[in-house]
Design a protein around this ligand. Sequence first.
Ligand SMILES: [Zn+2]
Length: 147
Amino acid sequence: MSNISWNTIKRLVYERAKGCCEYCQTCEYNTGQPMHVEHIFPNGGNELDNLCLSCSSCNLSKSIAISEIDPETGASVTLFHPRQQTWQEHFEWVDSGLRLYGKTPTGRATIIRLKMNQDRLVRARRNWIATDNHPPSTTSSGDHDSL
Ligand SMILES: [Zn+2]
């Protein structure tokens, strides 16, 4: 992987995720804001299996965290790993797509840490839903295709 340029890596990560955040599913076509290439494990390197596409909100909220307290059990759990876990097993859309519900400790802790249901996101989702642009019909999180 070291012989691949960072620009190529960014393009591969973007295409793999189809331009949508692999945590909260916010899509670039809705926000118009550039997506971030996120290091799932902060010191895990630039390998494609340690990278995911993230919206700025999730990336900045996650920062260097890899775990968070599950609000239901009080246990510290590892945050959702888009390359090793399947999005649909941990999250689902509720309130017609306005909010995310954590189906597992990992899902709940990730929603808290990444502030995936913060007010400004919910307000934005209301507009995306009204224009039939949310939730995304497909998610790449379950893709374990090889690049
Ligand atoms: Zn996000």
